[in-house]
Design a binder for this molecule. Structure first.
Ligand code: SAH
Ligand code: SF4
Length: 402
């Protein structure tokens, strides 16, 4: 019998399920998950790895092993609330069950390779996965209250979308990240905090296009916001996309508009946007803005518009005026990001004065606009841009702003 939460729709999902741990746990007598994951489009795919199981899935597993259901909830608590992934440390479980979890492969799906702390408190973690691929995740303490931390996470190794100003786009897609790898970034991030700090926001603004890895990201969103686990508020989890229209609709349906949506706009005319963001050739601005109008936002919520300012490309006063027209009627806030240089391109940010003039023009026309400060520059850290240093693509690092 298949896992009730695990209808498999794609060959890669089937592959992932076959790697998910012991077959008898995933395939034998499973109970329906108690949390009843209500994704309205399709059921969640099966977890790729034991640490991506939900409490109900753990209950089903342990019952299949002849243990009482509450043991499943205890395991979920250890992993997601307490951040303990070594079964040997799960002290309230019987020894035989701890051994079973070892055999199942419960443990970290990735390791921290290095941690670089910037003078502004930003911490960049380089993490390695078992196949040797590496991604980065960045912890950004709030400027006016360092106890509150935003974590920027990656969703793919590289990116297929090919945006010309972005190092991940230039590098291309190496592979998808699994649900477990996406969530483990936050579990590892929490271990870097001081006791008085906590992660309040998670943004999918690291490497990759999250909506091009929808199924893994959807399970990760359910896990990150699960009240028995990490328990982030859905509104404090931001999915940033270059504009994959069908998946924007799906995200809206599956999470009832509660997940915060950020759109990388970066140009306001189709010809300009298609030049710098190939995705626009498939889904033009009209299609994209229609999807934003459909996104089921609750009353006080707004969509974040990210706009990377590139000198001579998208930074004219006419661009500002047309942006206001393009976004008319959509509840938005605009984040201007002066472009961070990447070695593969001559493109660069306009001067600081010009960025301010662009902001003023938008504000004068009624938009609420923020300029994202570059953070963690001295450790080449932060979200938004991934730079590949040296000859090895494996040494990807974030630079940019958050
Ligand atoms: N793929 C998703 C999320 C990751 S990128 C997306 O594109 O939305 C996060 C943000 O950083 C995006 O707005 C992206 O366009 C921006 N970004 C990428 N490269 C950048 C660069 N060199 N300078 C400034 N912002 C950049
Ligand atoms: Fe991919 Fe986003 Fe970079 Fe575009 S900006 S290449 S979508 S990571």
């Amino acid at each position: 019998m298949l896992c009730p939460l695990g209808r498999l729709s794609t060959p890669s999902a089937r592959l992932r399920r076959s790697q998910a741990g012991s077959a008898d746990c995933v395939q034998s007598k499973l109970l329906p998950g108690k949390e009843a994951v209500k994704l309205s489009s399709e059921p969640l795919i099966a977890p790729s790895h034991p640490i991506a199981r939900l409490p109900g899935e753990w209950e089903a597993c342990v019952v299949g092993w002849g243990e009482p259901a509450y043991r499943g909830r205890q395991i979920f608590d250890w992993i997601h609330r307490q951040g303990v992934l070594d079964p040997g440390e799960m002290t309230n479980l019987p020894k035989s069950l701890r051994q079973r979890l070892e055999d199942e492969g419960v443990g970290w799906p990735m390791q921290v390779v290095s941690v670089h702390e910037s003078s502004d408190g930003t911490k960049k973690l380089l993490v390695a996965m078992p196949d040797g691929e590496r991604v980065e995740t960045v912890l950004l303490p709030q400027i006016d209250d360092a106890h509150v931390v935003t974590q920027c996470i990656s969703s793919q190794v590289g990116c297929a979308m090919g945006c010309v100003f972005c190092a991940s786009g230039v590098a291309g897609l190496k592979r998808q990240m699994t649900d477990a790898e996406i969530v483990a970034q936050v579990l590892l991030g929490r271990r870097q905090l001081t006791p008085d700090q906590r992660i309040r926001n998670v943004v999918f603004m690291g490497m990759g296009e999250p909506l091009h890895n929808y199924e893994a990201v959807a399970r990760a969103l359910v896990l990150l916001t699960h009240p028995a686990g990490i328990d982030l508020s859905k509104r404090r989890v931001t999915v940033s996309t270059s504009g994959l229209v069908r998946q924007i609709d799906r995200l809206g349906r599956d999470f009832h508009g509660q997940v915060q949506l950020a759109i990388s706009l970066h140009a306001v005319r189709d010809a300009d946007r298609s030049r710098i963001m190939p995705v626009n050739r498939k889904h033009g601005l009209e299609e994209l803005t229609d999807a934003l109008r459909r996104y089921p936002l609750s009353k006080r919520q707004r969509i974040t518009i990210e706009y990377t300012l590139i000198e001579g490309v998208n930074d004219s006063i006419r661009d500002a005026a047309e942006m206001v027209e393009l976004l008319r009627g959509i509840p938005v806030k605009v984040n201007l990001i002066p472009m961070n240089r990447i070695s593969a391109s001559e493109l660069r940010a306009p001067s600081g004065g010009h960025v301010t003039r662009f902001q003023e023009e938008l504000t004068r026309r009624g938009l609420s606009v923020f300029i994202r400060k570059t953070r963690g520059d001295d450790v080449a850290a932060a979200c938004g841009q991934l730079a590949f240093h040296g000859e090895s693509r494996r040494s990807a690092t974030h630079r940019g702003s958050a």
